[in-house]
Each structure stands twice: as C-alpha cells, then as structure tokens.
Design a protein. Structure first.
Length: 668
C-alpha cells in the first residue's frame, strides 16, 4: 500500500478527503475487539471536490506482516464508503483506508455522457489514449502490451463509433483498474488495530463455586477432588466456564469471622481474598484444598467435561503473605510505621494489605505479578477473573495484558469493576476482554432497555464485552431477596438471552438462596467467610431450568453475540420484549419476559417484522422453547400473557411460513 511515484514526475497535493473512519477508538489509541471468524466492517467518509470518480480501498494485515491485503470499498449514501474483512487468526490486525481520484473512470463516464448527447469527442479520445498509455507504463505481465495496443488504437484515426465502443468496453476498464494511479492517493492518517480473541471471550456461560464448600460430608473442608466430583453436575447444566475464587493459602492475622465479623475463632476459615500465609502466596494452593498436582488433575478433568477453569486474580495480600517480609517496599506504610490495610469506609479489611504499585521498587513488583500470571498460564489456565482492577494503575493492566497475550494470545481477562462508567470503559479499552456490568441493578424495563442499548447499540460494543452475572458472592440484589423463585428465573432468562456471556454464583442461585444481612446485598452466612453445605439435589432446584436455558443458547446462533439486539414496544411496562438474530438472519429469536415476579402480566407486543425478515401479509409461527407451545401469528402486534408462578418468560423461535408446490405449509 505504499504510494508510488507519478509516471510523469508530477507532484501535487492529494485531492481526496478521508474522515469519519469507523471503527476507531479514541483516535486509534486503542484497538477494537473481535473474535476469530468475525468480520470488521470499516466505514469512512470519502470525497473530493468536483464530480470525479473515486476509488477507496481498505487495507488490512496481521501485525508484523509486510504485505497488505486489500478490499475495494463500496459507496453507500452521502459519500459514505464501506468494506469488511474477516479476522482468521488469534492475533492483532491492523487496517487503514486509502483513496484516490480515478482519472480513467472519470474520463470514461464523461465520454459516455458526451456520446449520448451527440457531441464531438475527438479530443476526449486523444485524452483517453494518453491515460491508457500511462496505465500501460504502470502495468506488468500481459496487461502491459495489451494496454499499449489499446492506447494506440484509441489515438489513431478511424471510425469514432468503433473507437468509443472500445474505450467503453468493460474489459478495458477492468484492466486499467488493476493498475491504478496512486501517485496522489490519500492515506488515512492513522493505522487502526483490532484485537482478536477466541470465541469463549464473547460467548459462554459461567458458574462460580467455592471449592472449600464442595465436600459432601458435613464438617469437612472441600478439596480439588471434591470439585472434580462436582464437575458432572456443573456440566449437566450446560456451563462452559467454572470460575473458582482464590485457591491460595489464607492468612490468619486479623482473619475475619462469620458475616465479616472481627475476631475469628480457630474454626473460621477466613476470606479467600486474604491471600498468603506460611504455606506460600499467589503461586501456592491452600493445603486443605490439595496440591498443585491435584489442581492439575482438576484442570484435565474439567476439559474432559467441556469446561474451562477460570481463576480469580486478586493482587492483594494478607499480613502473613511471604511478600510482606521479603519485599516490605511493596506495601504502603502509615506515619506510625504500620502497613496500610484495605478499606472502603466505613468498611475495614484489616486482613488484607493492598500492594503499592507506585513504590520505589515498582518494576520488581510488576515483574513478579507477571510471573504469577504466567505461572498459572503454564499450568493450563487461560481465563482470569480480575478482582477490583479499578484500584490498580491503568498502566499496569495495559502492560500486563499485553505481555501475557504476546506469549499466549488465547488468554483473556474479565474485569470485576463495579465502579464509575468511564473507569469501566477505560479498563475495557486497555485490554480486558470482558467486563462486569451494572446489570444486577437494572431491573425495570426502562433500566434494561436503556442500559443494554448502550452496551450493544453504541460504539461501546466495539470494545466492552459484558458478562451479565445474575448474582455474585458480594451481591444478592433486593429483587432476588424479595421476589422468590420467579425472580431467579426472570433474572436468569434476562442474563442468558440479553448477553452472549453471563454467569451465576452457585449453588446459592439454583437453590434460590435469598437470605441477606438486613439492609444490605450481602448474603447472610455468606461463603466468603465460612464453609457452607449445599444440597444440590434439592427437589425444587432450578437445575433443570438452567440446563434448558443453556441448551437453547447453544442451539441458537442468535444468542452467541451481543449485537443485533432490538427491543420491542410493549403496552405494559411490566413486560420487556426483544429480538435477536444471527449474523446471516437465518436464526430469529423473540424473548418476552414478565418483570413482575409476584403477579401475572399481559400486553400487546409490537414485533419488528423488518428485523425478523417477515412479511406483514404472511402468518408466521413462534415456537416457545421453554414451554414447547406453538402459536401462529400474523402482523406486527401480538398478545402475550405470562404468569410468573407458571413460567415468567417466552423464548420464541420465529419461523417464517413457506409453501411447497403442492401448497403444503411448513415453517423455517
């Protein structure tokens, strides 16, 4: 894509303007995101003065390659041009737009108009001959002598009609186009980038559990072997990722007791996020869980069940962590000489010491944290859920993620950052492949439509991929506390169908655990501070419902991405309805959810027929994949009634009505 010298040595300013290139993130400072197999649609405003014909070209390549691949851009409306390319490798790609005036196409267009007007074109034919001569000089192979011959024929005396016909022949235009004159081409001022992840970074169902609560026998600390025995249960519900909170040794100094109380007893296991003890730190495992060999066996067993293990990455230490003695400079000290513990006033976390990323020894600290991540990567971990990344420097995360992915591009990071919107977005720009969101606190139709439209229908979708967790060990929303079993079903359907990636913290979720510390979103007797026993075989568990929902997600490509989400108008604000379609439009889904867990609700839904590729004159079938009922609808408005105590949602597979030659109906 290098500019070439003009054949006649002419110099001059480029005429074409290129602006408004999309996708472009912060002036090219950051890369947009895709997964392997996805396309990047690049748009640009391309124009010049006058009425000359233009050529716009999209160039793309993998970073490090010497040769650019090119795709012609097509004009749309109002000087907007577009082209797309597919990312096929787990690497970073770069792309750029280039455009120039197409002198031959402009001349050819003017020649045709003058011919049609009956004007004398003798001079124009000589101009065309000169253009062909210069094209021949740029050409190579068989095109070069052929263009030279065409130039001579066009410039020689003879029948004007024959010469005009030859000049306007499509094969001549195609040959000239293969050898364009780019001497005065405009190249967009910035080369832009796209980071490519594997599919799990955009589509997946996550299940979180505490290994220490996985033992079947009461009174026993769970082990990695117990988690391994739980794998068939997790896999049976259709999950893709099993996320484990910190598995490292837990400190004893200032250890927290039940419900985050001070003064733990000898029986209290402490918070897994108070990392480090005499047994080791971030590259060790809690001895009661097992050994590193046991963890390796768990990883292998998970893969056999179609599951990936995601580990928690919490860069903080207990007062007993080996780093506290070996590297005192890595921790901030108060004027009285004591180490600064973590706090979020009025909350205090005396059992946790934050790391000082601005210490004089920061380079050694950063390198050690990089070593920790690579330690687990080399054991086979490829997904990390990062605890509170917004409390560490942005520059550190950009460096760490770049360093790790340069060696292992299949690794990705989930940002657990329930913080200010711009901070969350910036972390996503820096390289986090997924992000926690405010979904837990969006429960009304207005809240859901506004927030999900922001995530999927604005430029935010180019870099922030939501992971819609319905609950976490820290968050039991009031909606779940008060709404009972229907509330859990409602939130599950929303999380699993609005977003391509979602998660639950179980077993509390499938067992509809809703006891909270009064006036808070904290679980009563939460697993963060004690070992719990869960009867996962409980008769009223949501396990079958979850399994069916994940089965629906896997079977319908419309749910595998975050774009092509469109909300429907409904005349009852206690109902929310939306459609999602696959990239090729063949898979069409309509979801209707009753947001009121306590009462039946009904209303008229305006179905966006255009988004579903439906004709208002034809009937179509909707097949409810949750209840297996089928309905024949016609037109843009349909009536829906949902009783939350029976089933609070419909997940409709929309099928167009087709007719065979024998007039038999079937649906596709």
């Amino acid at each position: 894509m290098k500019n070439v010298a003009h054949p006649n040595g002419a110099e001059g300013p480029a005429r074409v303007v290129i602006e408004g290139v999309t996708p472009e993130l912060d002036g090219g400072r950051f890369a947009v995101k895709r997964v392997v197999g996805e396309t990047v649609t690049v748009g640009a405003d391309v124009f010049a003065e006058g009425h000359d014909r233009l050529v716009a070209m999209l160039g793309f390549r993998r970073v490090g390659e010497d040769v650019w691949q090119e795709v012609p851009m097509e004009p749309r409306v109002n000087d907007r041009w577009e082209a797309m390319f597919t990312v096929t490798h787990l690497e970073t790609y770069e792309y750029v737009v280039q455009a120039w005036v197409d002198e031959f196409a402009s001349w050819r267009s003017a020649l045709a108009k003058k011919r049609d007007a009956g004007l004398d074109v003798s001079s124009e034919l000589l101009e065309g001959a000169a253009l062909l001569g210069r094209a021949a000089e740029r050409a190579s192979g068989e095109d070069r002598p052929w263009l030279s011959a065409q130039a001579r024929a066009l410039g020689a005396p003879g029948d004007a009609a024959v010469r005009i016909a030859a000049a306007l022949a499509p094969e001549l235009a195609a040959c000239v186009a293969r050898h364009p004159d780019r001497a005065r081409a405009t190249r967009y001022e910035r080369v832009l980038q796209v980071t490519v992840d594997r599919e799990r970074a955009v589509f997946g169902a996550w299940y979180e559990l505490f290994p220490r609560s996985s033992a079947r026998q009461p009174g026993r600390h769970g082990t990695f072997a117990d988690v391994e025995a739980r794998l068939p249960y997790v896999a049976s519900m259709g999950f893709d990722v099993l996320y484990l909170p910190p598995i490292h040794p837990i400190g004893r100094t200032h250890r927290k007791g039940r419900n985050n109380t001070a003064g733990a007893t000898s029986a209290d296991p402490g918070s897994p996020w108070a990392i480090g003890g005499p047994e080791g730190g971030h590259d060790a495992v809690h001895p009661e869980l097992g050994t590193l060999g046991d963890f390796d066996r768990l990883l292998a067993a998970a893969r056999e069940h179609g599951l990936e293990i995601a580990l928690d990455l919490a860069f903080q230490c207990s007062p007993d962590h080996p780093w506290v003695r070996a590297h005192p400079a890595w921790f901030r000290r108060r004027p009285d000489g004591t180490v600064q513990h973590a706090e979020n006033p009025p909350k205090k976390y005396e059992d946790i010491y934050p790391l000082d990323f601005e210490s004089a020894d920061w380079r050694a600290l950063w390198e050690e944290l990089r070593r920790v991540v690579l330690f687990w990567v080399e054991r086979g971990v490829r997904i990390f859920r990062v605890d509170n990344p917004h409390t560490k420097p942005f520059a550190f995360w950009e460096w760490l993620i770049r360093e790790v992915r340069a060696l292992h591009p299949d690794v990705f990071f989930l940002a657990e950052a329930f913080t200010r919107p711009k901070v969350m977005r910036y972390l996503a720009k820096l390289g986090f492949s997924q992000s926690y969101t405010y979904f837990t606190w969006r429960n009304t139709r207005a809240e859901l439509t506004g927030y999900l439209t922001e995530l999927t229908g604005t430029p935010v979708r180019e870099y922030l991929r939501p992971n819609l967790f319905a609950n976490t060990p820290d968050i039991l929303h009031e909606y779940l506390q008060l709404g009972g079993r229907p509330a859990f079903q409602i939130r599950l359907v929303l999380a699993a169908t609005l977003g391509a990636t979602y998660g639950i913290y179980g077993p509390p979720f499938e067992l509809c655990e809703r006891r909270a510390v009064a006036g808070t979103e904290e679980y009563q007797d939460g697993e963060k501070y004690e070992i719990r026993r869960w009867d996962v075989e409980q008769a009223d568990s949501l396990r079958p419902f979850i399994a069916r929902l994940n089965e629906i997600r896997r079977a319908n490509p419309a749910f595998r991405s975050n774009d092509r989400l469109r909300f429907c108008r409904v005349d009852n604000d206690r109902l929310v309805a939306y459609v999602k379609t696959s990239a090729d439009g063949a898979n069409r889904m309509l979801v209707v959810v009753n947001l009121d867990p306590g009462h039946p609700q009904s209303g008229w839904v305006d179905v966006p027929l255009d988004a579903l590729g439906l004709d208002a004159r034809e009937s179509f079938q909707v097949h409810d994949l949750l209840g297996d009922a089928r309905y024949l609808w016609q037109g843009a408005r349909s009536f829906v009634a949902l009783d939350p105590n029976v089933m609070p949602a419909h997940i409709f597979h929309v099928q167009r009505r087709l007719r065979t030659e024998r007039d038999f109906d079937y649906f596709l």
